[in-house]
Design a protein around this ligand. Structure first.
Ligand code: BGO
Length: 267
């Protein structure tokens, strides 16, 4: 069975190094339609049935740059079987921001926790089992530089069929998202309703246009958002960003022990 893999990560996470190591010379370079952003695809050296689509390095799935728009359009319309999310483990907090958004797409995710050679050198400890349990997806420790973990990465891609857990936010935000989701019942398929409700909460104009909401539904959703904003005296986009960072902080507190902390414990 052939598989299409969407390769995604922040700039400088090691995505190109991993892409080259997995595909070798089996690569094809072109452009994404309508833009001058390079499109690279390749077949895995040891399993030609796996096609990897190398998406541009991005920090978020917001609609502000051509790279972000290309990536999310591919995720929503390109039918990838698995997202391979490369995380720079030496910068895990910032990299997980994108991961939380990928987890909302109802697509199976495999995480390559890359730069583990650096993390080990720094003396940082990451509790991988806890991280797997919290995110609900396979996580493989890799060092693209030292070429470790790559066979395990391919094995995980071959067997992963379930999407990860959805990140959950505070009760008030969850209840506003649920209200928006209820308005989308007959408009989008159930598995993507949460993703769209989050995008609408952020007033993402591309998504509003794409969903072709009626004026009535649009107004109902606007009332939900502005009521939430007034209660927190903040704009919806910042509310969502803060909620994501709270979610990430709780994960990092549970699963990551920085070297500084271990030194403190020892002394
Ligand atoms: C330079 N471990 C370590 N230590 N480094 C890694 C790893 C890893 O697991 N993976 C990648 N790198 P890209 P994007 C460089 O190029 O794949 C390094 O943007 C240098 N170059 O070697 O390009 C990788 O595609 C001079 O580093 O990332 C590269 O995601 C001095 O991370 C950088 C030092 O990798 C980015 C590093 C001239």
């Amino acid at each position: 069975m052939s598989l299409t893999i969407a390769l995604i990560g922040n700039p400088n996470c090691g995505k190109t190094t991993i892409f080259n190591a997995l595909t070798g010379s089996n690569q094809y370079v072109g452009n994404w339609p309508g833009v001058t952003v390079e499109k690279k695809e390749g077949r895995v050296r040891d399993n030609k049935k796996i096609k990897i689509v190398d998406l541009p390095g991005i920090y978020s799935l917001s609609p502000y740059t051509p790279e972000e728009i290309i990536t999310r359009n591919f995720l929503l319309n390109g039918h990838p079987d698995v997202i391979l999310n490369i995380i720079d483990a030496s910068n895990i907090e910032r990299n997980l921001y994108l991961t939380t958004q990928l987890m909302e797409l109802n697509i199976p995710v495999v995480i390559s926790l890359n730069m583990m050679d650096l993390v080990k050198k720094q003396g940082t400890q990451i509790n991988i089992s806890k991280l797997i349990h919290t995110l609900g997806c396979p996580i493989i420790e890799t060092s693209a530089l030292k070429q470790t973990g790559l066979t395990e990465l391919i094995e995980a891609i071959e067997i992963t069929k379930m999407p990860p857990k959805m990140p959950l936010f505070d009760t008030n935000l969850e209840s506003s998202l649920k209200e928006i989701q209820n308005e989308l019942k007959n408009i989008t398929e159930e598995p993507l309703q949460r993703f769209y409700s989050i995008k609408l909460f952020e007033r993402d104009v591309h998504m509003m246009k794409q969903l072709e909401l009626s004026t009535d539904i649009h107004q109902k959703i606007e009332t939900i958002i502005s009521t939430h904003e007034s209660s927190l005296e903040d704009d919806s986009e910042s509310i969502l960003t803060n909620a994501r960072y709270e979610f990430i902080e709780s994960i990092v507190q549970e699963c990551v022990k920085k070297a500084k902390d271990s030194q403190l414990t020892i002394s």
